[in-house]
Design a protein around this ligand. Structure first.
Ligand code: ZN
Length: 325
């Protein structure tokens, strides 16, 4: 388990755990909540390291306990993950059984449940009962990316710890370290807070085609040509699958590239993502703030229509007509 991302991006949580350690005041149930991609599981193992470390300067990283956690082989840590997208009662029962056994090893025990928002009602009730009866040397970390779906009774039994979103620069740095091109890294960082999800998108390949399509349409818009024709001629791949995520992505990236023009006009070049695109048209046209802003508003408005059951082709046609008015 590598704690570097956690320490780098979640200063507040590191501090909270450090303070609890200094005062020796830990609660028995934590609820770690935050966006996908924030290192909540790493943080749970970090907390376990602090709770179980044998040194007086926890987590030392050297003692048997710390090393077992690093290898993912600590016998007194139990990890539960959703099975087929839900946490089931049997999983909580199994946990309870493990914790009630008089094991070979004494000492603190920690359980971690990922995706607690996916617990069935039966599982949640079993868990609540288990939390009430839990021994003093037992600790639990519940993890969620959707706290609004967690039962209020579970929230009120836990100390809620919120994780900060990963800053853009960190995401971009991570992509670059994985060999992703500068511009693609920046675009991915606008699309998701989770680097592994972004890397999946590249593997899937479509995101690169979408970026290419956005650039072509953007150029047509700026040069006052016919962006719908450009879109029509190059977007067949978008309609191959009945999946609106790709359309969402197309509009999101179109919004990003339109925003670039606004940043250019405002002289905020450091915020521009597609700098090479703007360089291409640099001498050809004068950018107009009011017009660009209206275009941005139109795209944002059309994006909200995606959630309805509409003909996407017609939607794009209307959108490009209105943009070019
Ligand atoms: Zn240690």
């Amino acid at each position: 388990m590598d704690f570097s991302k956690f320490k780098k991006t979640q200063e507040k949580v590191v501090k909270l755990i450090g303070n609890s350690y200094k005062k020796n005041r830990f609660v028995h149930t934590y609820l770690f909540e935050g966006a996908k991609g924030t290192p909540k599981l790493e943080a749970a193992y970090y907390l376990a390291s602090v709770l179980m470390c044998e040194s007086s300067d926890a987590p030392c990283g050297k003692c048997l306990s710390c090393q077992r956690i690093e290898n993912g082989s600590h016998p007194r840590i139990f990890l539960i993950k959703p099975i087929q997208d839900s946490i089931k009662k049997e999983q909580i029962d199994a946990l309870e059984y493990e914790f009630s056994r008089i094991g070979l090893e004494s000492g603190r025990r920690v359980f971690i449940i990922e995706g607690i928002d996916k617990a069935t009602l039966n599982a949640s009730n079993s868990l609540l009962k288990f939390l009430e009866e839990m021994n003093d040397d037992c600790y639990g970390v519940l993890i969620t990316e959707a706290i609004q779906n967690v039962l209020p009774t579970i929230i009120s039994r836990s100390q809620v710890v919120s994780f900060a979103k990963i800053p853009m620069e960190e995401l971009i740095e991570e992509y670059k370290n994985k060999g992703v091109l500068d511009e693609t890294s920046k675009v991915l960082a606008t699309l998701t807070n989770d680097v592994s999800e972004g890397l999946e998108l590249i593997k899937d390949g479509k995101v690169l085609d979408i970026i290419d399509l956005v650039k072509k349409c953007n150029e047509s818009i700026i040069l006052n040509e016919n962006p719908f024709l450009t879109f029509y001629e190059n977007s067949r791949f978008l309609f191959e699958e009945n999946d609106k995520t790709y359309h969402q992505m197309f509009l999101d990236i179109l919004i990003t590239i339109t925003n670039d023009r606004i940043y250019k006009i405002l002289g905020q070049d450091d915020k521009i993502i597609f700098s090479s695109e703007l360089e291409k048209i640099n001498d050809k046209v004068e950018l107009d703030y009011k017009k660009t802003f209206e275009q941005l508003e139109k795209i944002l408005e059309f994006k909200t229509r995606l959630k309805y059951n509409i003909s996407l082709e017609t939607m794009y046609m209307q959108m490009f007509i209105e943009i070019m008015r």
